[in-house]
Design a protein around this ligand. Structure first.
Ligand SMILES: Cc1cc2nc3c(=O)[nH]c(=O)nc-3n(C[C@H](O)[C@H](O)[C@H](O)COP(=O)(O)OP(=O)(O)OC[C@H]3O[C@@H](n4cnc5c(N)ncnc54)[C@H](O)[C@@H]3O)c2cc1C
Length: 470
């Protein structure tokens, strides 16, 4: 009898808990991946992300082939169809066990419960593993056994546990050869458009992810100095690989610990980077503990009473990167052109939409998901609710970023702005950070750049009044 390993967002052979354990338990393995286009659409998964998944699936299939594991690829509409697909595959290929890594979103957990039930009915043993974040969501709890809704105390407990989860698992050795052909990987999926996919920027495969991590480890000490400067490669650029599971967060943590000589703390840069991995864990912890956040509800429930605006024209200007605020527009154009946006700019653009334009954070959250190659429900929701002051640990509502001060601080010479908004090339850099000078320069150089959609001060006052009214 063989074992079926069901791959989802864990598209790798190294440090894969389910695959590693399956190879210990059985001498022959069949792999399975289920494409669910309708479900992915319902989850607002972006064209860029689905294209990246398929490319990585192709790499995974190659790697598994070297281990004599054929990867089967099945297509069905939605998660509801997966129990039948998974059980049928197990029966057809004589698999008595099913192994997979757990996912923590509400629909994914429901799907896994249904698959487990269906497999049990057929006498197939099911083994699921914690793998997606570093410390399992329910392993960290408050003194009275609840989930944390604040980062700092969560982090304190996380620090006491993380070392236990930093061990990286080896890739399995080649297994018994099976007479099963692996499936071809589809070039396209109905409902998704891959014509703008940027595989030049997001090269698929585990080797690429490991290369990025290795290269970043040589720069990690400078992370604190460079991580807020969008014109430089100051961050690891690993998020799409982490979201697709092409690299594991354990591999990332282990690299940072190694750099620190075996400790969770090291230089300011590496300690801060580990903090970011902790935020990643934290937002999954919040999503599991407070499932309302993945059902379109704010963490702070009273913020549901904010009179959000639903102005299509202002929203469209934001989406297109035509707000008249150069740093906001550069960020949005980076997202539209590459499927990724620098973290500082995710905060700036999200805060601009939710505060200066007072548009419902859920519109922005959805737009990001539909564009991001690294779209992840927990991290995206956490970031949006932070920016909109509706979430855990969110920014106080009165601390509203001034986009001009932000660009002056983080893109002083305008290198990033001018790369993404080339029409602003003739504008002298200081004018990019000042409303009046910008409007004069636009007129003087006859630049085709829009006037601002909202006056900064007026937008700020409107947001303050809306939050104070709660
Ligand atoms: C409004 C908003 C939306 C966001 N949406 C997403 C999203 O959909 N997917 C996503 O992975 N990240 C999201 N983030 C977090 C962060 O912007 C990205 O993880 C980061 O920009 C990815 O670049 P990097 O890999 O170079 O990160 P690095 O700075 O090198 O960090 C390493 C890893 O830590 C994790 N990480 C870093 N910062 C955060 C954070 N603030 N919250 C959670 N995890 C973090 C990511 O997995 C990242 O790859 C969002 C942030 C905001 C403010």
């Amino acid at each position: 009898m063989s074992t079926l390993v069901w791959f989802r967002r864990d598209l790798r052979v190294h440090d894969n808990s389910a695959l590693h354990s399956a190879a210990k338990a059985s001498d022959s393995i069949v792999g399975l991946f289920v494409i669910t286009p309708k479900q992915w659409k319902e989850h607002d998964d972006a064209d860029a992300k689905v294209s990246f998944w398929l490319e990585n699936l192709r790499c995974l299939s190659e790697e598994l082939e070297k281990l004599n594991i054929p990867l089967l690829v099945e297509v069905c509409d939605s998660f509801g169809d997966t129990p039948k697909i998974v059980v049928d595959a197990a029966k057809k290929h004589d698999c008595s066990q099913l192994f997979f890594n757990r996912e923590y979103e509400v629909n994914e957990r429901r799907r896994d419960g249904l698959v487990t039930e269906a497999a049990n009915v057929e006498g197939i043993e099911v083994h699921s593993f914690h793998d997606r974040i570093i410390v399992p969501p329910s392993e960290i709890e408050t003194k009275d056994g609840r989930f944390y809704g604040v980062f700092t105390p969560y982090r304190r407990v996380w620090d006491t546990k993380a070392m236990d989860y930093a061990k990286v698992l080896s890739k399995p050795k080649p297994l018994k050869v099976l007479k099963i052909d692996r499936s071809p990987i589809p070039e396209s999926i109905e409902g998704f458009d891959f014509s703008d996919a940027r595989s030049d920027l997001w090269v698929p495969g585990e080797a690429e992810a490991k290369k990025r991590l290795k290269k970043f480890a040589t720069r990690i000490d400078g992370y604190n100095d460079w991580r807020d400067i969008p014109s430089t490669a100051g961050t690891s650029l690993l998020s799409p690989y982490l979201v697709a599971g092409v690299i594991s967060p354990r591999q990332c943590l282990a690299a940072a610990i190694k750099h620190n000589g075996g400790s969770l703390s090291g230089s300011e840069g590496s300690t801060t980077w580990i903090s970011e991995l902790t935020w990643r864990d934290f937002y999954s912890h919040v999503m599991v503990g407070f499932p309302r956040v993945s059902r379109n509800q704010p963490f702070k429930e009273k913020t549901n009473r904010i009179p959000w605006r639903y102005d299509e024209s202002d929203f469209e200007a934001w989406c297109q990167g035509r707000t008249g605020y150069p740093i906001v527009d550069a960020g949005m154009r980076q997202l539209n052109q590459t499927g990724w946006m620098h973290n500082r700019l995710r905060m700036v653009t999200a805060m601009f939409l939710t505060k200066n334009l007072l548009i419902d954070w859920r519109w922005g959250e959805r737009y990001f998901m539909r564009k991001l190659v690294d779209g992840d429900l927990a991290a995206n929701n956490g970031g949006w609710q932070w920016s909109a002051s509706t979430g855990t640990d969110s920014v106080p509502y009165f601390r509203i970023f001034n986009p001009f001060s932000q660009s002056k601080r983080f893109d002083k010479d305008g290198a990033f702005i001018k790369k993404l908004c080339p029409e602003l090339e003739p504008v002298p850099s200081p004018a990019l950070h000042d409303a009046k000078k910008l409007s004069n320069a636009i007129e003087e150089h006859a630049v085709d750049y829009p006037a601002y959609v909202v006056d900064y001060k007026e937008g700020r006052e409107r947001a303050l009044a809306a939050f104070k009214s709660l």
